[in-house]
Design a protein around this ligand. Structure first.
Ligand SMILES: [Zn+2]
Length: 237
């Protein structure tokens, strides 16, 4: 039976190693996800600023139209002032002209301001596009790296699967079923050592009789408290 206990210890070790590949794979994949979200964040930023540029251009267009209208109005006023008869009429037209000129100045200032703004935003987009290019290059490199790492992990995992398959063939079905049953609730602590006469699964002290049974190793002994399979580590013997 001692032989089978040793095989169960080995099997538990392999099962744990196989399970540990899960977090390793996740960690590698997380690297790729981070690089992908970096790229997506820059793309989102570019899209937002492009939207702002569009709004800016629309506002500029509106001001340009307004400017055109004001210029036409000014021309009309000039025509009118040539035909006025009284001082009072002339003054009224001059006042209208002054207002139109003021509005023209304002529209010109506004167009200049918006042109500046559009240009600044366009520069921001160019800078972001540079950053996007870098992020894309980084992502491509990481994608390659991650693929290699995952392939290496998978190859290693397959080795352990093969080891497990071979080992399982050497263990009687009944013992294997017993182990699997405990493993269902105990996970990777289905087979645990006894240290200082305590089960290392539940950390409770085991009685002398159980302890003696574990030391003898003539049959598979389980912890009377938790039910895990117990064994003595080499150095404890
Ligand atoms: Zn226990």
């Amino acid at each position: 039976m001692k032989e089978y206990i040793n095989k169960l210890i080995e099997l538990a070790r392999i099962d744990k190693t196989i399970d540990d590949f899960g977090p390793k794979i996740e960690e590698v994949q997380a690297k790729l996800k981070r690089a992908e979200s970096d790229k997506a964040a820059i793309e989102k930023e570019i899209a937002a600023i492009e939207e702002e540029v569009k709004e800016c251009e629309v506002k500029k267009k509106k001001n340009e139209l307004h400017l055109q209208e004001l210029a036409e109005k000014l021309q009309e006023l000039e025509k009118k002032s040539a035909q006025v008869k009284t001082e009072k009429e002339l003054k009224a037209i001059q006042l209208e002209e002054d207002i139109a000129k003021e509005q023209i100045n304002f529209a010109n200032d506004e167009i200049a301001r918006l042109e500046n703004l559009c240009e600044t935003k366009q520069e921001e987009i160019e800078a972001l596009k540079e950053r996007l290019k870098e992020a894309e290059e980084k992502l491509a490199a990481i994608r390659q790296e991650v693929q290699k790492e995952l392939e290496a992990i998978e190859a290693e995992r397959q080795e352990y699967f093969a080891k497990k398959d071979a080992l399982i063939k050497e263990i009687p079905q009944q013992i294997l079923a017993f182990y699997e049953k405990i493993r269902r609730w105990a996970g990777n602590t289905a087979v645990v050592p006894v240290r200082k006469q305590a089960c290392m699964g539940c950390f409770m002290k085991i009685n002398d009789k159980t302890y003696a049974g574990v030391i003898k190793g003539e049959e598979i002994t389980t912890c009377p408290h938790c039910g895990r399979i117990l064994y003595i580590e080499e150095e404890e013997q």
